[in-house]
Design a protein around this ligand. Sequence first.
Ligand code: AMP
Length: 215
Amino acid sequence: MQILMFGPPGSGKGTYGSKLSAKFGIPHISTGDLVRDEIKNETEMGKRINDYSSRGLLVPDSVMCQLLQKRITQPDCTGGFILDGFPRTISQAQELEKMSTTDLVINVQVPDAVVIARLGSRLTCRSCGAIYNELFLKPRVSGRCDKCDGQLYQREDDRPSVIQQRLELYQKQTQPLLEHYERKNQIRNITNNQANVPPEEVVEEIVKIIQSDSN
Ligand code: AMP
């Protein structure tokens, strides 16, 4: 099973993707995490892409496709995966089609105001990448990750000025992808109008959609 999670930054797709991963026993692959790992590990590629990422710009397609190919050819991906943050351009979608077959695209629709509220209070674990929120999804101990006790921080690209830019970029570059997958009849929409809907409720809805599609 190969599912793509679509939605603007801060739509909750990362949180939903990781919960779906646990439910279906397939990995959740966030290309944002792949990018951050390269930067954190100070690899050659990490040095090249750091500037794009910290300014909220898209990393070049060729680099992203290379990173993704490396990840999805790992043994844990043989039963499928949940992809979050990829593709972001038509060219990436075409490359993905050469690498594997997509079953469904879950499109999380969230108003800009909700995105801004969510991202402005989002916290990320420096060690394992787990996501929390100061308002809606608090860690058990303030500033520490529930899963690995890593330090929580506000991502460079979650600053208000960068959020606005990422939203504009999403509209401009990623929306045409919806039309691409619409033509293939693979889009399933989930609407989330409020910032504080428990992720479990949304995930339950997504699971129903996936199951009804596979019947
Ligand atoms: P995200 O966590 O998905 O918001 O991604 C964080 C950053 O990683 C983005 O702002 C981009 O700089 C980079 N990135 C992640 N996925 C992609 C992608 N599919 N194409 C280009 N850049 C990406």
